[in-house]
Design a protein around this ligand. Structure first.
Ligand code: TXE
Length: 488
């Protein structure tokens, strides 16, 4: 896999490699071993300027192509990526630790998103208005211009593919800045897509490169998936430039409410899947569990069994079900929350200590006797932790689930149609899932609420976000005196 063997990776701007312009570099670490697998430049304002300049120069030509042609070019990119699923999956696993099969599923999902946007992009259209008989009134969506795509590390190829495809098919050009923790899969993605020079540019680096990008005067829209804190900074940067839009898909503290009458073993399977998939590093991971007292004991016992049965190891090993966290910094965040809760009286039933060996491993952890005041029940954990609070009624569970500033998603397990419908109406989140912790039909685009962000980051509605609508009114000029009307 040559991508992991080269020296300092270059940025890819206007179709060409651009080496580091400053002395500073960032190491990319394999979280399963702690080894440095590559080095990238810490891009800065000059690099951001070059990337945005290339995107701006390519913008009129790209916007002027027929939408169907843009769709065809994206389909060709998707075909190239289909031939490299294993390569991309392996790079991703080396960067963020995901088990290889999950990593490949993420890559496949990303390619699927490109294919879908390539198909529906050319169908995205405006409207004809009912104006005067002699006039033509229409609403026409137009590209916004240059899109800054700021992508995280937890499912990097999948998230990047959706943003890139939606931005490009609507006629925008883009500068894509992958996370500094997963730049190699991002770089390989851009190489493989082989789009016309300047249409998709790769800017490498950390938050400083990201900030220089979103603050660049020539950027028209910024898309960010990541932390609440960074989202806030990006919103401020974008808000200081009139007319610049920010689409923010940020963190969550998703609740799972378990009602009475539910099979405890099935509820434990759901909770384990929600809390431990991708080592808890999914924006819609289950982060808080409220279980009805009538099944609490059996549920907690089964959940501990689920946690202890998970095979933790290097994601490249086919037997691994859960890999390491993305890095030691993430382990520290998770362990701080767990140990602070334990010190305040919570019980750790399994897990709760980082592995004392190379790699950023944290075990599947189940906690009880937690309280709403603890960070583990208030702040995004983004790790494999299932904190369980026993509640006296479904009402109490629903009330506690709603007591948060986040508003990404929530799940409810219940045999009661009445309670299911109440949950759908009362939970103030972008996505409600009943009797499954994962969801969704293709094309589902939700708007996060509260501090979890704003705007549609997915689905057909993302095409609306990436375009701006112009109203056009056309009517014939009156005949010139003594002359004919428009003869052409
Ligand atoms: O996120 P950041 P990080 C949450 C999760 C995790 C925490 C921190 O709780 O523990 O965020 O992760 C770029 N201007 N999620 O540090 O900082 C950065 O280089 C412009 C939830 O990775 O948001 C990277 O490309 N860009 C989540 C991207 O932003 C900036 C997914 C994400 O980094 C920037 C990941 C700035 N000032 C983490 N600062 C989800 N919603 O799924 C950083 N960046």
């Amino acid at each position: 896999m040559t991508v992991l063997e080269r020296g300092v990776r270059p940025h890819l701007i206007a179709g060409s490699a651009r080496g580091a312009t400053g002395p500073e570099t960032i190491d990319v670490i394999d979280p399963a071993t702690g080894e440095t697998i590559a080095t990238i430049p810490a891009g800065g304002p000059d690099d951001a300027d070059a990337a945005v300049g290339a995107a701006r120069a390519a913008a009129p030509g790209w916007a002027g192509r027929d939408p169907a042609e843009r769709g065809e070019l994206l389909k060709a990119s998707a075909r190239a990526l289909r031939g490299a699923v294993n390569e991309l999956a392996e790079i991703q696993t080396r960067e963020n630790g995901k088990p290889l099969a999950d990593s490949a599923a993420g890559v496949e999902a990303g390619i699927g998103a490109i294919e879908q946007y390539a198909e529906i992009g050319p169908l995205h259209r405006g409207a004809a208005l009912a104006g005067s008989w002699n006039a033509l009134d229409t609403m026409v969506p137009e590209p916004r211009g240059v899109a800054a795509l700021i992508v995280p590390w937890n499912d990097p190829v999948a998230i990047a593919c959706g943003q890139i495809a939606a931005a490009l098919v609507t006629g925008n050009t883009a500068v894509f800045k992958p996370s500094e923790r997963t730049p190699l899969s991002g770089a390989r993605l851009v190489e493989l897509m082989e789009l016309p020079p300047g249409v998709l540019n790769l800017l490498l680096g950390d938050g400083r490169a990201g900030q220089a990008l979103v603050e660049h005067p020539d950027v028209d829209i910024a898309l960010h998936t990541g932390s609440v804190e960074t989202g806030r900074q990006i919103a401020v940067s974008c808000g200081s430039v009139l007319g610049r839009k920010a689409l923010l898909e940020l963190g969550g503290k998703d609740a799972l409410v378990i009602d009475e009458g539910v099979d405890p073993a099935w509820a434990a399977e759901q909770a384990a899947s929600g809390a431990f998939a991708n080592a808890g590093q999914v924006c819609t991971s289950v982060e808080r569990i409220y279980v009805h007292h009538s099944l609490a004991e059996a549920f907690i016992e089964a959940l501990v069994g689920e946690a202890q049965s998970i095979a933790v190891g290097n994601g490249l090993d086919p037997g691994t079900q859960m890999g390491p966290l993305v890095d030691d910094r993430q382990v520290e965040v998770v362990h701080r929350q767990v140990s602070e809760a334990a010190a305040a009286g919570a019980r750790v039933l399994t897990g709760g200590e980082p592995r004392d060996a190379p790699g950023s491993f944290y075990p599947p952890t189940v906690m009880t006797e937690v309280e709403g005041s603890m960070a583990i029940m208030r702040e995004e954990t983004f790790g494999p932790v299932a904190p369980v609070q026993v509640v006296s009624s479904f009402d109490e569970g629903l009330e506690l689930a709603s007591a948060t500033d986040y508003g990404l998603a929530a799940s409810v397990l219940t045999p009661s149609q009445v309670n299911a419908q109440r949950a759908c109406r009362e939970l103030q989140v972008g996505t409600v899932k009943i009797n499954s912790v994962w969801g969704g039909a293709p094309g589902g685009g939700a708007e996060p609420r509260g501090v979890s962000g704003s705007g549609f980051g997915y689905g057909p509605e993302l095409l609306d976000e990436l375009t701006q609508t112009k109203v056009i009114h056309i009517e014939p000029a009156p005949p010139a005196e003594g002359g004919a009307t428009d003869a052409r």
